[in-house]
Design a protein around this ligand. Sequence first.
Ligand code: TZP
Ligand code: MG
Length: 219
Amino acid sequence: MKFKPEMLQVYLVIGTANVDYRVDRLLAVVAAAVRLGVTAVQFREKDQSRLTFAEQVQLGRAVHRLTAAQQVPLFVDDNFKLAQAVGAEGLHLGQTDPWPALKQKQQANLMVGLSVHDFTELNQSRSLLPYIDYLGVGPVFATKTKSDAKAPIGTSGLMDMVQQTDLPLVAIGGISERNVWKLKTIPIAGVAVISAITTSSKLATTIRTLKLQGGFHDQ
Ligand code: TZP
Ligand code: MG
């Protein structure tokens, strides 16, 4: 799948830790979210996952069946081997994740996103940027979802980052229906959320609000 910045408009990030380790609930949230308009999904089982690699592959494939049915791209967090085994369209890397050998990456034909928190990380990543499709930037606001999250950069920090790069940027961290309007004037491609979607009792409204109040209209 060829990367388009519109894929980042409303980007759901999810792993079993975000749904009380209930696989059935994870699949139900993904199924509803792709049906109701999220534009990308990231499968994010961290190192502290309770699943074995084989179980992660099995669950990732089930997630991929749901996303593929709606032509929504699936990114896998951190793990190149898992992304390949799942048949995902993309890989999302952090600063310390192993970067797949370029040849491997080209053969796998994956879209690639990279998390950056600030200028220092952006500068450290300069050599990788030609191979990257988008940047994930945050946390923008305070979040309880990621225990080791860095200090929030706020809307001004996000604006500064946008001005430092030509890559499409997706904002992450503490973004909700209530505060997404604060990002409307910042030229980002979209918002990535966990709890705004996993805790929503009105998913259709939540996704529509994130898209409209964030200013992420289709061109
Ligand atoms: N990276 C930076 S903040 C964050 C990640 C994965 C967590 C986002 O979760 P939420 O619930 O949308 O604040
Ligand atoms: Mg990572």
